[in-house]
Design a protein around this ligand. Structure first.
Ligand code: SF4
Ligand code: SF4
Length: 314
């Protein structure tokens, strides 16, 4: 039997270690059923087709409902946030890539960092741990809110007060029963900047995103043709879209990441429209070898390039 005071010391040690490893925030939430309001919101998002072609979002309803199905006897979700905001954005005149994709694929970086944290936790106290970063069906923003890491903005992003939303999220599930952090309430107030700025009107009042219209979803997740009404609004965005984060006042306080792996290679950061038009499969494999852009595959990226209006790059 581990005493409450020992668990509290362990929680402090875990948070300190998480920050040492390089995470920007770490919080703890007690495992339980996701409340009906959150679960039903997700179900209605699926039922109305707003998840577009992301069929995987429909699956594993019961696993989403309670993380104990992902790790038997799980007691705590440790929510972690990792800053990816780049020191410099790619030149505005070039095709735009979402900032999250500039450096090494975050799945690999997060896996390494969360693995180190899980090892540390198990060195403190015998327990089971499971690391998740898009690798398990879990409502990660809900758990991040419960763990006091941030709040969900109208743009559907997890926003950390004083730090913004350019963060990757990950979870370490553990059988340790750590003291829960205080959940955070929304701090959007009367702001609607993201709703007004979205080029395709994809953000609803209920904080859901219609992936059928969202440029980010269509240029990354969609494997078919980009709908004409989306293509017309892509502007210079060739992979992803950061507009609803760029306009968010909370991101005026974003500071550059110190994670070396998130810096883009020289060839990536200087890609012009003309260079992208001539890109070969070989070029793609070299330039994006470690990048999340691989997700779109060569065919997907070239489809996006073809959807851009050449006049914007003359
Ligand atoms: S990512 Fe772009 S298109 Fe998608 S909701 Fe945000 S602003 Fe709109
Ligand atoms: S732009 Fe305004 S409404 Fe949108 S997430 Fe940021 S604070 Fe909230």
């Amino acid at each position: 039997m581990v005493t409450n005071s020992r668990l509290s010391d362990i929680a402090t040690a875990i948070r300190t270690k998480a920050l040492d490893i390089g995470f920007a925030a770490c919080g703890f939430a007690s495992v339980g059923n996701v409340p009906d309001i959150v679960y039903n919101h997700w179900q209605s998002w699926i039922a109305t087709g707003k998840h577009a072609s992301m069929g995987y979002m429909e699956r594993h309803a019961s696993l989403r409902r309670n993380p104990q199905e992902l790790l038997p006897n799980a007691r705590t979700v440790i929510s972690l946030a990792l800053n990816y905001y780049p020191a410099e954005s790619m030149p505005a005149a070039n095709p735009r890539f979402a900032r999250y994709a500039y450096g090494e694929d975050y799945h690999d970086v997060m896996r390494r960092m969360m693995g180190e944290l899980a090892q540390y936790i198990q060195s403190l106290q015998c327990c089971d741990c499971r690391c998740c970063c898009d690798t398990a069906p879990i409502f990660e923003r809900y758990w991040a809110v419960q763990a006091g890491v941030g709040f969900v903005g109208r743009n559907s992003q997890l926003i950390i007060p004083g730090k913004g939303s350019y963060f990757f999220l990950g979870e370490v599930l553990t059988t340790l029963e750590l003291p829960a952090s205080q959940p955070l309430l929304s701090q959007c107030g009367s702001c609607r900047k993201c709703i007004d700025a979205c080029p395709v009107g994809a953000i609803s009042e209920d904080r859901s995103i219609d992936a059928r219209r969202c440029i980010s979803c269509q240029t990354i997740e969609n494997r078919g043709a980009i709908p004409a009404e989306v293509a017309q609004r892509m502007g210079r965005r060739v992979y992803g879209c950061d507009t609803c984060q760029e306009v968010c006042p909370h991101n005026s306080q974003a500071t550059p990441t110190t994670v070396e792996a998130f810096k883009p290679n020289e060839e990536f950061s200087t890609l012009t429209y003309q260079r992208l038009c001539r890109l070969t499969q070989e070029d793609f494999s070299r330039i994006f070898a470690r990048s999340a852009v691989k997700r779109a595959k060569y065919q997907g990226l070239m489809r996006n390039v073809e959807a851009l209006d050449p006049k914007l790059f003359e």
